[in-house]
Write a protein that binds this ligand. Structure first.
Ligand code: OAD
Length: 252
């Protein structure tokens, strides 16, 4: 896509946004890339030669909880030093608009730090912990960096604590599933931003929106699992595209 095509794509999305009553945005790790948070797939996703898919699983935690916690402690440390970027800021402004829903796969909390309202955290938060033994203790927030000692313990039963995130092979909270799928099905415009669209069920939301009649667009510098299915793909970094849309759109 050339610069002219990109401008045209931005114009089309701008017009769709201006006319829409309900807008749903799905974000992934690419939205936080410009802030310095490593994405999962691609060069930055490796840690000690291991891929996220090998570490973010219940099996990996069962085998070696300290190793998995070291990875999360490393990510928490990086994220704590990052600031929200122009993409987070643009989405935060959109969230002021009635009928807007953000569903994020990101666990970094940068959307919230940018001031986005009513964030649907599809994969949980790296800043919350929960009891790995399901003792009944409610999830708790822990913002400490560095996180020590590892592994952290449940304050109620003393058992192992685990990150409050969704791992591969685990189910999404039914309430989150319902809110997200309602937001996808009810959207006039559905934007998929900075996600490889490879992880389900999150990646199914776009198809859901498309089937229900939404205009669908993607903002991503690379091709993704959804590129062939969207009405429009804008091949640009989110931190460049969002301010272009933001300047020209007066929503509400
Ligand atoms: P991925 O790492 O799979 O994909 C990141 C996407 O961001 C890629 O498509 C990149 O092309 C794109 N990207 C890179 N820089 C960008 C930029 N500046 N602006 C816009 N896009 C950019 O991350 P996710 O799709 O979020 O799940 O991954 C989905 C899930 O898989 C994550 O939530 C996590 C992961 O493993 C769990 O932990 C369950």
């Amino acid at each position: 896509m050339g610069v002219g095509d990109r401008e045209l794509g931005v114009d089309v999305v701008r017009q769709r946004l201006a006319a829409a009553r309900r807008v749903t945005v799905l974000t992934g790790a690419g939205v936080s890339a410009a802030s310095g948070v490593p994405t999962f797939r691609g060069a930055g996703g490796l840690w000690k030669n291991r891929q996220a898919q090998q570490l973010a699983t219940p099996q990996a935690f069962q085998q070696d909880p300290v190793l998995v916690w070291e990875w999360y402690a490393w990510r928490r440390q990086i994220i704590a030093e990052c600031e929200p970027n122009a993409a987070h800021a643009g989405i935060a402004r959109w969230s002021e608009r009635p009928g807007f829903t953000l569903v994020t796969q990101n666990v970094d909390g940068l959307h919230e730090r940018a001031g986005t309202k009513h964030v649907v955290r599809y994969h949980g938060s790296i800043w919350t912990l929960k009891c790995a033994d399901h003792c009944g203790a409610p999830e708790w927030e822990d913002l400490s960096v560095p996180l020590a000692p590892l592994p952290p313990r449940c304050p109620r039963c003393g058992g192992l604590a685990r990150p409050g995130v969704v791992w591969f092979g685990e189910s999404i909270d039914p309430e989150i599933l319902e809110r997200s799928s309602n937001a996808a099905a009810g959207a006039d415009v559905f934007l998929s931003i900075g996600t490889s669209s490879q992880v389900f069920p999150a990646a199914a939301l776009l198809h859901h929106a498309h089937r229900a009649g939404a205009f669908t667009a993607e903002i991503n510098p690379g091709a993704t699992g959804a590129s062939g299915a969207v009405d429009l793909a804008i091949a640009a970094p989110a931190e460049d595209a969002l301010p272009m849309l933001d300047v020209r759109v007066r929503m509400g």
